[in-house]
Design a protein around this ligand. Sequence first.
Ligand code: ADP
Length: 332
Amino acid sequence: MENAIVMSGIRPTGFLHLGNYFGAVKNYVKMQDEFTCYFMVADLHSLTTHPDTKELKNHVTRVLAEYIACGLDPDKAALYCQSHIRETAELYLYLNMLAYKGELEKTATFKEKVRQQPDNANAGLLTYPVLQAADIIIHRATLVPVGKDQEQHLEMARNFANRFNHRYGDVFPEPKAFNYGEQLIKVPSLDGTGKMSKSENQNATIYLADEDELIRKKVMKAKTDAGPTEPNSPKPDYIENIFLLMKLVSAEEVTAKFESDYNNCTIRYGDMKKQLAEDMVKFIAPIREKAEAIRNNHTLLREVMEKGAAKAGKSAVATMEIVRQAIGLKYY
Ligand code: ADP
């Protein structure tokens, strides 16, 4: 793993949330000290579902500011915008010739997005995993820190890379989904019906920009029940989720106390949620304040973007030279 290349990104389709943080950004911050890292704001991907670009600049600068507020350092990792690396579009085109309609149509996220926006089932949405593969392998990255929802896309990226190698010669290493823990993470929404997300489930998602009072309000509304009546009962999903969220932000002994209260049927969910809300406020407030200050510093954001594009561009240009050669597009 030494000298491994790391690539990942987040779409600027709204505010970052605890799912993005624990599924992705937390790993980015740790990885920037150990590996060569490329972290982008996936603005092109956002066009597949958000064709209206009125809010795009706002969202792009917000993601960049939140990246930095979470601890990403533009001197360690390349922090850049996807659209600034034009070579990606070229690689996307070549990979599209190696991607089959059937496998793309079977992708879970494609089916879900078509269900959500039946009037805009565009080809970009269908080939989303191809663009994502291009984003990753253009840096010849092997480690891709992502949440559990991205597992299938990473498998497809591996397939496309292998298919390219098989046809044109060994150019790309295999990219793999990465998390420092054993398993990829899925941060559940507070209503127990899915995952925290930028654009869905907004009242059940905690955003890094949420004010203290809003965090408390959302947490206190999380679904609970009258509590277990038998010692050591299995937990219903929505209760399991509250424990899972607590494990992310609270001290170990705090979670252990509520576990033991649950197991001996003395748990008071009101107290548990109050504690969880305070621990979330403590976790989020400093990130929110830092991000707000950075978001207003346009000189800094512009410098970061330019520096990131220069670093990522250099790596992309080098890969594309090899790719064109391998395909046979160099005639003299
Ligand atoms: P969103 O689904 O909120 O629009 P993206 O699709 O831009 O987020 O994903 C950005 C990163 O955040 C990906 O690595 C994804 O796996 C991760 N991620 C998003 N939501 C969650 C979640 N609820 N739990 C864990 N990771 C998540």
